[in-house]
Design a protein around this ligand. Structure first.
Ligand code: FMN
Length: 179
């Protein structure tokens, strides 16, 4: 298989913000959570805990927690919350690891023919969401991932062909920086 064809499933991963009413199979959510918890992290610290959310009322409340960032939760039928701890010294490292897990969640959903979208909670919205999800003291959620079956529209391209990312010539250099 050509290298470009082998990585095609990764290039297909994109942000989905509109979902149908179809529920997500519990086994699919288990598989996505496994993909997330197997992510690599600094010194294998696994700074995360994941909350799988299927309750429609909770997901609706999450969608209202920090609009427009959280708008993808308005139609999502499931969500995954990435819970971190508030230890100050590890904030950058934990955020890096959180991003690795979040992207894996998007990839896993895409491989299962589902869609997923990252929604960030600003600092003001976090205490309210912490209470909603029953977080203990010292834990917070910044990243919610909306999950569901994408609508036909959400499956389609959002940009003109070739326009979704900067061209390779502007982003990838060989051997030395190049203007
Ligand atoms: C760190 C990070 C935070 C993001 N926060 C949000 C968010 O709060 N709400 C949202 O709808 N999308 C959010 N996104 C999704 C980006 O807007 C999206 O990845 C970008 O527009 C590219 O879209 P595409 O992957 O569909 O091409 C976030 C992405 C990242 C990496």
């Amino acid at each position: 298989m050509k290298a470009a064809d082998a990585i095609r499933p990764l290039l297909r991963v994109h942000q989905v913000r509109e979902f149908t009413d179809a529920p997500v199979e519990p086994a699919a959510l288990d598989a996505i959570a496994d993909a997330a918890r197997w992510s690599g992290s600094s010194a294998n610290s696994q700074p995360w805990r994941f909350i799988v959310i299927r309750d429609a009322e909770t997901i609706r409340k999450l969608s209202e927690a920090n609009p427009p960032s959280t708008r993808s939760l308005a139609t999502a039928t499931a969500a995954l919350a990435i819970v971190l701890s508030q230890e100050k010294g590890a904030a950058v490292s934990n955020a890096y690891d959180e991003g690795r897990a979040a992207e894996r969640i998007l990839i896993a959903a895409s491989l299962l023919d589902l869609g997923a979208g990252i929604a960030w909670l600003g600092a003001d919205a976090r205490p309210q969401v912490g209470e909603l999800l029953g977080l203990p003291e010292g834990r917070f959620v910044r990243t919610l991932v909306a999950i569901g079956h994408p609508t036909e529209k959400a499956k389609g391209p959002k940009s003109a062909p070739g326009a979704a990312r900067l061209p390779r010539s502007e982003t990838v250099f060989s051997e030395r920086w190049s203007d």
